[in-house]
Design a protein around this ligand. Structure first.
Ligand code: GLN
Length: 254
């Protein structure tokens, strides 16, 4: 499904195609804001954004420049598990080709090896990121401030009971300054492998941390068009009404 962008199309015929994974089941705490920020900034940079959605049973699109995914409840993670495993080869292949991806919370967990829930059952992941997640009785909730070597300060909001541990081939995305991040034992928040970023931070992440949006867009543009992002000055305000946001979130989930 293609979701129209809530603004005027640009004249450019250079498309950046963003695939949103499982928006029906994995899209909470404002994560759809990440899609909206990407659409708007891709336009600001003079490219034409195309938003694609992939839900269980859909055909996986051939031509994709970036992937994003959001958080969800354990039940939502359970619902998408089989389908996700079915597209695992595609996802691992795209990661190895350095496709930029951003996976938040529930999908961050399932981009790892597994999420073992509190009752001991395992929801398998696709293993793009070398991380493992264990459910706990402790829900980690609150605002997070972290410091990242690649992106500077990263802020957001966490709400998860799963706690995640990194293996040797995943780098931490950031070090926690305030809050918990991946778990209560080490100071890491999120994970990175090649251009795949995983993070627990909702909020949504990209409106609060545009450097990460520009990393995703810049990487996609470099790979597709062998160009660097042009400099631009963000407009002072780019009003999108609450009604428009709600309509687009509904369409994405339909
Ligand atoms: N269900 C997962 C957990 O609680 C993920 C939650 C989320 O995506 N916010 O750990």
């Amino acid at each position: 499904m293609t979701v129209p962008v809530p603004s005027e199309p640009t004249a450019s015929d250079q498309q950046i195609r963003v695939l949103q994974l499982y928006p029906r089941d994995m899209n909470i705490y404002g994560d759809y804001g990440n899609a909206l920020v990407l659409m708007r900034r891709i336009q600001w940079y003079g490219f034409t954004p195309v938003m694609l959605s992939y839900n269980p049973g859909d055909e996986f699109p051939e031509d994709v420049d970036m992937l994003i995914g959001g958080g969800g409840q354990d039940s939502g993670q359970d619902r998408i598990q089989q389908d996700l495993l079915g597209i695992g080869d595609r996802l691992r292949g795209l990661a190895e080709q350095d496709t930029p991806m951003l996976m938040i919370c529930g999908l961050y967990q399932l981009f790892g090896h597994f999420f073992e829930t509190r009752d001991g059952s395992r929801i398998s992941g696709v293993g793009v990121l070398d991380v493992e997640t264990y459910g706990t009785d402790n829900r980690l909730i609150g605002n997070v401030v972290s410091e990242s070597a690649d992106f500077g300060q990263i802020i957001g909001y966490e709400n998860h009971s799963g706690q995640t541990y990194l293996g040797p081939t995943a780098e931490p995305l950031a070090q926690v300054v305030v809050g918990e991040g991946n778990n209560q034992r080490d100071p890491h928040e999120g994970a990175r492998y090649r251009n795949v970023l995983g993070s627990y931070l909702h909020g949504a992440l990209l409106p609060k941390n545009p450097a990460i949006a520009d990393f995703l867009i810049g990487t996609a543009v470099r790979q597709k068009f062998e160009q660097e992002l042009p400099a631009f000055e963000a407009p002072q305000s780019a009003p999108v009404s609450l009604q428009t946001l709600t309509e687009h979130a509904r369409e994405a989930a339909a």
